[in-house]
Design a protein around this ligand. Structure first.
Ligand SMILES: O=C(O)CCC(=O)C(=O)O
Ligand SMILES: [Fe+2]
Length: 353
């Protein structure tokens, strides 16, 4: 299976971040204790493990689909390259984006499939994909997208209530009536690398639902300056909060910096694959806090610096800007890197970001 190895365990001495483990089955039953645990993770760390999510088979199929596609000849993949204009969907070739302020070239390939294209299949909403994607749209990608959407919608519904927002307020920003930037992603990193695969970043959107088999993902817990590995555990997904949700909540929900480094120890001898699903707001939603609809958010805003959670930018513009600034073709010095980070003010303060 791509990205899975029984012969190279995650090393015992790699510094890890012990994330809280949230049981999705209990969340579905509105278990009060589990909701409080989730709320603690979301407001303090911005990251947690999710167990009993019920997406294991679909995730395994996505690993297979991703490796079939990223193993295609480069010429075939390049017909679907995302380009330098800030488009996310399609194929991202190796060596096209920067991974730090020095402009260090990346070594990873991405395949990004739009949620909208999966839902409108066989009619494309945004674009078309390689034949290996088309062949697995019905039996692999659509089931994965549906189940991932369910997981993220359940979690968003809980946050909506916890934030004291009127029913449906947060979900409406993600409704399916108009296009959005949500996408499924497969990442492939070659073996024996010495530099970051994906540089330090916060996720652009609302919620991320991530599946790892090999180590390499590192997070900088909020309030610290230390990179810690997140240890992949079988059946455990990793969930995290992105910038859009952090902004909507006036910073109550945390969007933490993370990056992908070569897998630790002997795991670095293997190719690394990961599968992610990113929920992002509808394209036309302006990223600003929802303080008018929630006393809790209004109180948080009153304590924050003026304008901190008001971007005057739509979700589509936010995502496009960050991707455009990541592409090496658009680099004009270290400022371009900081502008790709979204949370520039945090990034700048952190050495090595
Ligand atoms: O591959 C991973 O573990 C994480 C990837 C990631 O952070 C991203 O694609 O935003
Ligand atoms: Fe990420």
């Amino acid at each position: 299976m791509p990205g899975l190895t029984a012969t190279a365990p995650f090393p015992d001495d790699a510094p890890i971040h012990p994330l809280p483990v949230i049981d999705y089955r209990l969340l579905k039953q509105w278990d009060r204790k589990e909701i409080i645990k989730l709320w603690g993770a979301a407001t303090e760390q911005g990251f947690w493990y999710l167990v009993n999510h019920g997406v294991d088979r679909e995730v395994n199929d996505m690993f297979d689909m991703g490796s079939e596609t990223l193993d295609l000849p480069l010429q075939e993949k390049m017909r679907f390259e995302q380009g330098d204009n800030g488009n996310s969907f399609g194929y991202k070739a190796k060596g096209t984006i920067q991974t730090d302020a020095n402009g260090t070239r990346d070594n990873v390939e991405f395949l990004n499939i739009a949620q909208d294209d999966a839902l409108s299949w066989p009619k494309p909403t945004h674009r078309t994909y390689p034949y290996t994607v088309n062949a697995r749209m019905s039996n692999t990608i659509i089931p994965f997208v549906h189940k991932s959407m369910d997981v993220n919608t359940t979690i968003l519904t809980i946050f909506e209530r916890q934030l004291g927002l009127p029913r449906g307020e947060l979900l409406r920003l993600h409704s399916l009536e108009s296009p959005c930037g949500s996408e499924a992603r497969c990442i492939k990193t070659p073996q024996n690398q010495s530099t970051a695969g994906v540089g330090a970043h916060t996720d652009f959107g609302t919620l991320t639902f991530l599946h790892n088999r090999l180590g390499g993902l590192q997070v900088m817990p909020p309030g610290t300056q230390r990179w810690l590995y997140i240890k992949p555990l079988p059946g455990y997904a990793v969930c995290n909060i992105g910038d859009a949700l952090s902004i909507f909540s006036g910073g109550i929900l945390r969007s933490a910096l993370h990056r992908v480094m070569p897998p630790p120890g002997t795991q670095s001898r293997f190719e690394r694959y990961s599968i992610a699903f990113f929920t992002r707001p509808r394209n036309s939603v302006v990223l600003r806090h929802l303080g008018k609809s929630s006393d809790m958010i209004a109180r948080a805003i009153a304590k924050a610096p003026e304008g901190e959670f008001e971007t005057d930018t739509t979700s589509a513009e936010w995502v496009a800007r960050r991707i455009r600034k990541l592409r090496l073709k658009n680099r004009q010095g270290p400022e371009t890197w900081y502008a790709s980070m979204g949370t520039e003010h945090i990034g700048r303060a952190i050495s090595g970001a």
